[in-house]
Design a protein around this ligand. Structure first.
Ligand SMILES: [Zn+2]
Length: 269
């Protein structure tokens, strides 16, 4: 069956399902454009629970625990536009190329996802059309509009990571993820390392690549925007107090970065 790639969501989402894209502070004046690929853990009603118990749908395999609170508060503190995605990465991962096997994972960490077994092509296409495409189309539209309006844009992609993955503990409190941008990640690493209480990962626990990422390569690198990803360890933002502290800290750091970018003429003064 052919689907309207312009966004016919009727085969997957109905009136009871939330829209995939959530935006905050769309009139924000900050040069930082915040994205959050794994903000939510909603599942379209038509997909039930994907065959998983609630305990699996609450942990990191379903979403980036804690990042929603950090991203929302950071958007407010920085006066920055946030574009976020409400559906679980188990339905479709909005930070994977659509052709990657992990786009709709059959296994995540050690959990088999029964609802993702043996999917027909049109079922996969319906998830893309309903969730993945509207999210990325909206990010592209916002960047287009900012370019037309001569509004400077620095892409910051927000994530969180589980403290223990496949039995291995991760020592970092926060990590930067980057690939082709040589300006912003350098400044961010410098300022994060100046926070003496932090263990900072330089492209740890993940680095950006064209095979394992989508948002930064497509919307940041391919468009020549300064960009970075951020990964915060989930146990540090597991409650509202932690989310608030990290949003406050990142707002202070990105405020300093904005001043530095202007001083370096990487942003208009
Ligand atoms: Zn993530």
């Amino acid at each position: 069956m052919a689907l309207d790639s312009a966004g016919d969501t009727s085969l997957l989402l109905d009136g009871e399902d939330v829209p995939p894209v959530l935006e905050l502070n769309g009139a924000g004046r900050s040069p930082f454009l915040l994205t959050c690929d794994h903000y939510g853990r909603a599942i379209p009603r038509a997909l039930g629970d994907l065959g998983l118990p609630a305990s699996e749908l609450e942990r990191h395999i379903a979403w980036d625990v804690g990042i929603a609170g950090v991203a929302s508060a950071l958007s407010k503190h920085l006066d920055a536009h946030l574009i976020a995605q409400r559906y679980s990465r188990l339905v479709i991962d909005c930070n994977r190329p659509p052709a990657a096997p992990s786009s709709i994972p059959r296994i995540s960490e050690a959990t088999v996802i029964p609802g993702n077994e043996g999917l027909a092509g049109e079922v996969i296409e319906a998830r893309r059309a309903a969730i993945f495409e509207p999210y990325h189309r909206r990010i592209a539209e916002v960047i287009d509009q900012r370019l037309r309006d001569l509004v400077p844009t620095v892409l910051v992609s927000l994530h969180s990571f589980t403290p223990v993955y496949a039995g291995i503990a991760r020592p970092w409190h926060i990590g930067t993820l980057y690939h082709r941008d040589t300006n912003l990640p350098t400044l961010l690493l410098k300022l994060l390392r100046a926070e003496t209480d932090l263990v900072v990962g330089d492209n740890e626990p993940y680095a950006v690549s064209d095979e394992t990422d989508y948002t930064i390569p497509l919307h940041g690198e391919a468009r020549g925007l300064m960009n970075t990803g951020i990964e915060i360890r989930q146990d540090l933002i597991a409650d509202p107090a932690g989310e608030r502290q990290w949003a406050d800290r990142l707002a202070r750091i990105f405020g300093e970065i904005e001043v530095m970018l202007r001083a370096q003429r990487l942003l208009p003064g």
